[in-house]
Ligand binder design. Structure first.
Ligand SMILES: [Zn+2]
Ligand SMILES: [Zn+2]
Length: 311
């Protein structure tokens, strides 16, 4: 295990159990029980997000033959939407990103587990913050009562402030990630692909790629997208994962059967326009190279765990 995982366990258990204790002492037993239950839910979903495999690509050395290139590093098939993860050392199907906080890749097989962990964190911290606010409001309301009637010890008060700040911080930071994860699922796009899409759109704006390149081919409409990512039934949404194999994908009507994103014309086209651009406009050519380009959030594709030498 890496340090991020220890830190996460420490925050989940520390924040959850300390708040539960404060609620036992200063709120009702049922409120404390709900806090404890939500903490347990976060622990369970976190454990599953760590241990559930992301979905490794099939080995190219087995009997199975696939119409997909072979990765030079792990000797597995590398179908569309798969990437070689630098941390895991394998090609991951429909790779979303490598998450340092779960020390696991997020891919086709565990996207649901990862999403449920994030949602559980938001539910739990949302509830804890609400209860913390009620307690703080109660303390404020009793600010004029004599000190000998005031039933909070310094220690309890310090713990309340500590857990309130921690819960609020976690709620906001994980909230951004949760939003991004769910919105991406609704569009059937991975974190890596949304980075690619930004890059492609920028190239379209510059006239380097045709406008059709910016049409994301796996977006099948919200309802179909969510079923592709999380599975067909309510059961799979709540407990399981998608039944997709991560090797072949449905395309939206009218989209090109060619792999997306399109290869950079600088690299593949024989058109003199591009070879000219490669030499005369070297700055622009370098700007869009996969190992150079940064999206609006300043992220490079390597930030998601992708091994650039295999792209
Ligand atoms: Zn690989
Ligand atoms: Zn990985």
């Amino acid at each position: 295990m890496i340090w991020q995982v220890y830190i996460t366990w420490l925050v989940i258990l520390g924040d959850g159990l300390a708040t539960t204790w404060i609620l036992y002492v200063h709120s009702s037993t049922s409120v404390a029980h709900v806090a404890l239950l939500l903490t347990a839910l976060v622990c369970l979903t976190y454990y599953l997000a760590i241990v559930k495999p992301a979905g490794w690509a099939p080995s190219a050395e087995g009997s199975r033959t696939l119409d997909a290139p072979t990765c030079q590093k792990c000797r597995r098939y590398k179908p569309i939407r798969a990437h070689h993860c630098k941390k895991c050392g394998n090609c991951v199907l429909r790779m979303d990103h490598h998450c340092p906080w779960t020390d696991n890749c997020v891919g086709v097989a565990n996207y649901g587990y990862f999403s449920r962990f994030l949602v559980a964190v938001e539910l739990a911290t949302g509830y804890l913050i609400y209860q913390d606010c009620l307690l703080i409001h109660g303390i404020y309301a009793s600010r004029n009562v004599p000190m000998n009637v005031f039933d909070w010890t310094r220690m309890e008060f310090a713990v309340l402030l500590c857990v309130s700040v921690t819960s609020a911080f976690v709620f906001m930071t994980v909230g951004l990630m949760t939003y991004r994860t769910l919105v991406n699922a609704a569009q059937n796009i991975t974190t890596i692909e949304s980075w690619e899409l930004e890059r492609v759109r920028s190239q379209v704006t510059r006239g380097i790629l045709a406008p059709s390149a910016a049409l994301f081919p796996y977006d099948l409409g919200i309802s179909r997208n969510l079923k592709e990512v999380y599975g067909e039934s309510v059961f799979s949404w709540l407990f399981g994962s998608t039944n997709r194999d991560g090797v072949s994908f449905s395309l939206r009507p009218g989209s090109s059967p060619d792999p997306w994103p399109p290869q950079d014309p600088f690299e593949v086209s024989t058109d003199p326009y591009y070879s000219d651009m490669k030499t005369k406009r070297e700055v622009l050519y370098n700007y869009y190279k996969k190992d150079q380009w940064l999206n609006d959030d300043g992220e490079n594709i390597a930030d998601f765990g992708v091994d650039l030498s295999t792209e």
